[in-house]
Write a protein that binds this ligand. Structure first.
Ligand SMILES: NC(=O)c1ccc[n+]([C@@H]2O[C@H](COP(=O)([O-])OP(=O)(O)OC[C@H]3O[C@@H](n4cnc5c(N)ncnc54)[C@H](OP(=O)(O)O)[C@@H]3O)[C@@H](O)[C@H]2O)c1
Length: 273
């Protein structure tokens, strides 16, 4: 049989050896940056990555919040650092990436998870300030973070990017028009980066959480009337906990997903089915 030699055949062989010789979900020796990690889904991802051996950089806007989470991960025996950064601020993102390069030398995993959703209401009444804020954080922020992290990964021979999108990126959530539009853009961004960065050995995937009990979604999860409307549409008939979303990120970050790039993985209790 004719062997087809591809640009990354040697890498594939190396990965297969790793997968078959150890726990395929082990992240030992990897440095991971997680944005929006001071609470909710990002915190759960940072904790799970640390448990599985990664050195994690916990980031969000508030320094004291990320220091508290990093401290708690370190107390639990993990390796964590805190760096505050507003991902909608271009200069702050540039500084963050320079800081990571000088302190850690390389970045293996980026989790683009922080997001903005400042407006809940009819799409026709959306203030342009809310449109701009949502686009600035959810599209421009994710793009610049991916670009700069991707450049670091290209220098060091590869890496992986995981974007937190949403089921609203597939089918828009009612009264969440601009937010849903930006999450659809995140799915498209995931595919565009995945295709162009594959030759640089950078895998790019997205996780699409369903309704998850966090501060972000509290307007829905803490409102009984809303929940009574939403729950019948969820086959598992309940809201997720952040710890139930995080394992999808671990899978996508690990060698277990070595042949997975460009996908959007729903973790949604079956709502998209
Ligand atoms: N919860 C859900 O039902 C649900 C469903 C689908 C998708 N998602 C997505 O999941 C991701 C995480 O949301 P979550 O539910 O875990 O929310 P959360 O618990 O409210 O956490 C949001 C995190 O983002 C940080 N953050 C907010 N704006 C930021 C900015 N401009 N720059 C840097 N950090 C910022 C917050 O910390 P600071 O305040 O310190 O910045 C916090 O750490 C988001 O992308 C969201 O769209 C959530």
């Amino acid at each position: 049989m004719k062997t087809i030699v591809t640009f990354n055949n040697a890498l594939a062989t190396e990965t297969i050896t790793k997968i078959s010789s150890k726990n395929a979900f082990d992240l030992s020796g990897k440095t991971a940056l997680i944005t929006g990690a001071s609470r909710g889904i990002g915190e759960a991802v940072a904790r799970l990555f640390a448990i599985n051996g990664a050195e994690v950089i916990v980031s969000s806007r508030k320094a004291e919040s990320v220091q508290a989470i990093a401290g708690s991960i370190n107390d639990d025996g993990g390796k964590a650092h805190a760096i505050a950064c507003h991902i909608g601020d271009e200069e702050a993102v540039q500084t963050l990436m320079k800081d990571i390069q000088s302190r850690f030398g390389q970045l293996d995993i980026l989790v683009n998870n922080a997001a903005a959703n400042p407006y809940f209401g009819h799409i026709l009444d959306t203030p342009m300030s809310a449109v701009k804020k949502t686009v600035e954080v959810n599209i421009e922020g994710y793009f610049l973070m991916s670009q700069l992290a991707g450049q670091l990964m290209r220098e060091s021979g590869g890496g992986c990017i995981i974007n937190t999108a949403s089921i609203n990126g597939v089918t828009p959530g009612p009264m969440q028009g601009i937010y849903s539009i930006t999450k659809a853009a995140v799915i498209s961004m995931t595919e565009a980066f995945a295709k162009e960065c594959a030759p640089q050995n950078i895998r790019v995937n997205a996780v699409l959480p369903g309704l998850t009990e966090t501060k972000f979604a509290s307007a829905l999860t803490q409102n009984e009337a809303m929940l009574n409307m939403i729950l019948p549409a969820i086959p598992l008939h309940r809201v997720a906990q952040p710890e139930e979303i995080a394992p999808a990120f671990l899978y996508l970050a690990s060698d277990a997903a070595s042949y997975v790039t460009g996908i959007s993985l729903p973790v949604d209790g079956g709502i998209l089915a």
